[in-house]
Design a protein around this ligand. Structure first.
Ligand SMILES: NC(=O)c1ccc[n+]([C@@H]2O[C@H](COP(=O)([O-])OP(=O)(O)OC[C@H]3O[C@@H](n4cnc5c(N)ncnc54)[C@H](OP(=O)(O)O)[C@@H]3O)[C@@H](O)[C@H]2O)c1
Length: 227
């Protein structure tokens, strides 16, 4: 009986591994993209959808509704979905303002949304996504090179970078986690370019390819800087 169970486990493991290599070879993954309607999300969706099945998620106008500031909303999103190979997040808010004017509550907006929202996607999602799956989070240049008014964004981005380094070492079942840190992207220059004096704008294709390096590559625990 014990040897039959052992054989069944070996067969199941082989089947998982074969389907993983099949996905890689034919590049068909089922990717959950949170924030797909946003400035960066649209570019990432366009790039990944050329080769994979992309399921969009967000608070509005998406295949699946989720609010990443709420752990129960994240849990119910994962419960609705099956066979997810990769989770990509291009969502997350953090309040801008001069440090002197920022209240404790202003900091918590970033903590609850961009920081814990993304940490919770990994913390909860790790029990739902496929073996050898991946998580790709988003931060930005402000972790290394903040501009005026970005104490909250810089703090939250730095926290996510450290989280990714640590979580990658402990994730089980071959799961990977990385974070893409783009500079100011071209499609945001008109709206917020004046807040980034002297910065180079990153093309939307360049930013989107940072996500491909994580989703389609084999790196883990990486901060993929695109600037
Ligand atoms: N734009 C840039 O130049 C740039 C550069 C580097 C880093 N970043 C960072 O990248 C992230 C995305 O930036 P973006 O400019 O693409 O923002 P954006 O245009 O405002 O898009 C954000 C997307 O996330 C979704 N979203 C927001 N809050 C959510 C929540 N609580 N739960 C689920 N979905 C949520 C939004 O859709 P719904 O409103 O429908 O939920 C939207 O699709 C931000 O964290 C930003 O700091 C931006």
């Amino acid at each position: 009986m014990a040897s039959i169970l052992k054989l069944q486990n070996v067969l199941a493991a082989t089947q998982n591994r074969l389907s993983y290599y099949f996905c890689l070879k034919y590049k068909i993954m089922k990717i959950l993209l949170i924030g797909a309607n946003g400035t960066i999300g649209k570019a990432v969706c366009k790039e990944l959808a050329q080769r994979h099945e992309v399921i969009t998620a967000g608070r509005t106008n998406a295949d699946v509704t989720v609010d990443i500031t709420k752990a129960d909303s994240i849990e119910s999103m994962f419960k609705q979905l099956k066979d997810i190979d990769a989770v990509v997040c291009t969502a997350g808010a953090a309040k801008w303002g001069h440090f002197e004017d920022l209240s404790e509550e202003d900091f918590y907006v970033g903590v609850h949304s961009k920081l814990m929202g993304q940490v919770n996607l990994v913390r909860i999602g790790k029990d739902y996504i496929n073996e050898n799956g991946s998580f790709t989070l988003i931060t930005g240049i402000l972790a290394d090179d903040p501009v005026r008014g970005t104490a909250v964004s810089a703090m939250v981005n730095g926290g996510i970078h450290s989280f990714v380094l640590a979580a990658a070492r402990e994730l089980k079942r071959g799961l990977r986690v990385n974070v893409v840190a783009p500079g100011l992207v071209e499609d945001s220059v008109e709206r917020i370019g004046h807040l980034f004096p002297g910065h180079r704008a990153v093309s939307m294709t360049e930013a989107a390819r940072g996500f491909c390096r994580s989703v389609e590559g084999n790196v883990t625990g990486e901060v993929i800087r695109i600037y």
